[in-house]
Write a protein that binds this ligand. Sequence first.
Ligand code: ADP
Length: 397
Amino acid sequence: MILVINAGSSSIKFKLFSVSDIKNPLPILEGLSERIGVDGFMKIKFNNEKFEYSNALPNHEVAIALVLEKFQELGAIKNKDEIHAIGFRVVHGGKLAKSVVINDEVYQIIKSNIELAPLHNPAAITVIDAVKKIMSSTKMVACFDTAFHQTMNKEEFLYPVPNNWYEDFGVRKYGFHGISYNYIVENYSKLSGKSKNDLNLIVCHLGNGASISAIKNGKTIDTTMGFTPLAGLMMGTRSGDIDPSIIQFICKKTGKTVDEVTNILNKESGLLGMSGLSADMRDVLDANEKNDEKAKLALTKYNQIVADWIVKFANKLEGKVDAIIFTAGIGENSVRTRKFVMNNLHILGTEIDEEANHNFSYEDHLLVSSKTSAIPVYAMRTDEEKMICLDTLNLTK
Ligand code: ADP
């Protein structure tokens, strides 16, 4: 069995896979430990039943120990040794271009990348430390959100700033959500019967965090997120691209520090900042239905930015686009987002199939464009945990 762990600063998402069929891992249990360091709450879904626990979770180590205890109590595993390996989602891998087994060197790289991803990498280190203590002999694999994008050329990943910012400090575009992009490319390759190396795709990963990637011959040539996940599209709470001078201006006007203003751009901007209501797309869509002006403006801005990037990336792919794919929470589920975006790709000739676009209950993928659309457009469910499981399995079998 393989355990996949996705850790945040106060939460751990986990999913346990049976890998008897090594090509098709089967999820058998999933759950979430949250409020770690606050009080502690854990929920688990197993055998179509839901279980909830309110044990105190003072730190990640206690949380992981409780996860393993509950696995045994519920009968998902008999003992810890049945877990053959653990795969971790790590946001920033720096220059690492692939998932890797965690040894001392990799551990140090992840640690040194904390500087590049201060909001994300510390949680991965904390949880890796916790697992090391409890399951010291179990193999561990790190899967990075940045890895898939390491194929970008220098002219794409460099910023037009002094050279030494890159050379001395590693300032460059890294890109994120790579685990999801990798999954979508693999899945579309299966669906279309085309080899990955022949696929040109524009994939829109629209979740709380959101990005779009241009994929040529199965590899990223450009992506909207940058040095950090703050860049590119407008998101749930992140601003995406803005004029960098705004930071200095707001610091002066409000007396806030650069850190404080950057925090506002990360956590109080995007849909939340513009609507003044919520970071959750469903809430903003509901408010729009009730004619809330700010919600309407936030939605229009959000959708227009997505459409603009798709057009830009289609141009980068020289118009040779096999498919446009919407994925993650908003991409998979928001009928209105897909409709608006597709109706605003004027020069690409995409055409929506209104009825198909309204199907909520599709399993893996849904063709939302009409037969006469110049480019097929899909909604497709991403599965980052499965991708991590497959990489972990491949590296440890
Ligand atoms: P993350 O993994 O980045 O936390 P998700 O991929 O789960 O995020 O996406 C969360 C977003 O998806 C939220 O903004 C949520 O409102 C949106 N979402 C989920 N279901 C729907 C739906 N039916 N319609 C519109 N938006 C939805």
